[in-house]
Design a protein around this ligand. Sequence first.
Ligand code: BDR
Ligand code: CA
Length: 341
Amino acid sequence: MTSYLLDVDTGIDDALAITYLAALPDTEFVAVTASPGNVDADQVARTTLALLELCGRPGVEVAVGARVPLSIPLVTTPETHGPQGIGYAVLPEPDGAVSDRDAVDLWIEHARARPGELTALITAPLTNFALALRRAPDLPDLLARVVIMGGSFYHQGNTTPTAEWNTHVDPHAAKEVFAAYRGKPLDRLPVICSLDTTERMELHPRHVQELAAAAGAAVPELVLPDQPEGQASTSSNALIRHLSDALRFYFEFHRRYDQGYLAHVHDFFAAGVAAGTLEHATRLATVDVETESPLLIGTTVADYRALWNAPPNAWIVSANNPEQAFTELVAAVGRLATRLG
Ligand code: BDR
Ligand code: CA
């Protein structure tokens, strides 16, 4: 059993990450918290709760923490993920309610209650995690494992020429998190899934088709570049229909930016790293984040050769296997969709 504290900014690829973890038989969602990023934090929480219920995981506590980044105004990205964060998908209203507890309190309480047991996965700007580390500097010693989607090292940015979205939304939080891990034991350092490897996770229309087929669809689930933008899925399987509508939006977004009719599913990869199901290799580094320069704000820098003479603070994912990842995704989510009907 893997027991997770999740912090998300759902987000189409966050939604895929949550769905994938929900599909694994040995996942416990201890708490899922919302950071502002792709959309505002309250929207993130509502969507995430609805998604967990859709995935057959009712009753998970979903809470909001910070509503803005630590030091700069919030910028959201409805053009990337749609107004609700899940593209063209419109989820049913959740039966449950978003918790009125504070996300940061929840993280600290759960980590202290179950030392060494919880896996933290953050697929959002690091605002809530930085606040948790400020209040509980012992958090790195309490968490079994930390996996973060963020940053871009020897790879172009997706928000500025050098900066990745999550670190660009809250660079000060990212800087604080990496500073908090300096000098910590190597087996406690966070694993960083940066654009260097997450942009290799190219989900194509054929994967949507394979997913629907794995769920037993009678007709092929076709999401094609020459169809009208926004064409709604008619799948009778609710999970497949919502994923298909979400991914169509993400395909159209990537095409608009000349990347092809495909989607980079960054957060799904980070979820698989946290679950230990996706093949990857890591490399030890000292990471820091630029917060001052208008040209480079949000840019992450990795020192692999101890040139800064500073202790390592991260394991950066240096290699991964997209083919194995998508085979695993289709099998796991296909099973879940079949079970939910
Ligand atoms: C990251 O930014 C967000 O838009 C995605 O959900 C992902 O977490 C990729 O840069
Ligand atoms: Ca995200």
